[in-house]
Design a protein around this ligand. Sequence first.
Ligand SMILES: [Fe+2]
Length: 239
Amino acid sequence: MAELDYRSCFGAGQDVEVQKRMLSVPKIDNLDDLIRELRKAFATDHVNIDRVMDLMSSYKSNPKDWMKYAKFDRHRDDENSFYVCKYTRNLVDEGNGKYNLMLLAWAEGQGSSIHDHANSHCFQKILDGTLREIRFAWPPESSEEEEREMEVISETTLNTNDVNYMNDSLGLHRVENPSHTQTAASLHLYCPPFESVLLFDQRTGHKTRGKVTFWSKYGERTPFGAISAKLDAEDYENN
Ligand SMILES: [Fe+2]
C-alpha cells in the first residue's frame, strides 16, 4: 500500500511531474465519464493512487450529475445520541466488485465518528460545500480501564472539487460539515470495499467495531426495515 500524502504533491502547483501526469488524464465531462475511467483504472490489481487522484481531480463537480444520489437525512433525532448527526452513504457504483464508489450526503452540522479504513484505500472528492477533516494518531494499545484523549495530527478544510486520500497508515480521521446553514456532498471510493470499521471515542481512545451500510443504492432508498431488524443502532456507523 503506498504511503503518500497526495495533497503535498498537488499543493506544490509548480510540480512538473504532476503537470505531466495530468496531461495523460482523459477528458472527463461528467460523472458517467468518471465512473467509466475509474473502472479502467482498477482493471488490474495494482492500485495507482496518483492515477485515481488525477481522475477524480479532472472531474469538475456538476450537481446535475449526482443530485439523484444526494439523499440527506436531517431527521435522525433518535433517542440514541450515537447516531444523531450522521451523514448518509449512497452507493453510486460497485466498480466491478473491486471498490465501492459512493456519495456521502452531509446535512448541516453532520459529521462522522472517528474511524479507521479497514486496510483499504480511501479517495474522497468534495462535490459541494466544505468539509473539515480532523486526523488523529492511532491510540496506543491499552487496557479497557485506561483512558487517554486521542492526539490530533492535523485539521484540513476541503472545498468543492478538492480531492483527498486516506489510509490506515496515515492515522484515523473524523470528517464533518462545519456549516450550520449549508449542506455538503462528497464522492468516496473505497478499495477494496469493506463492511465494518473501527470507531473510536476521542476522549478515551477506546474502540468498537461498527458496520457500514447504505442509505440508498443507485439512487433508490435502501429498505430500512431489513437493516434495522438486523442491527442495533449502536452497531453501525451509518445506514
Ligand atoms: Fe473516512
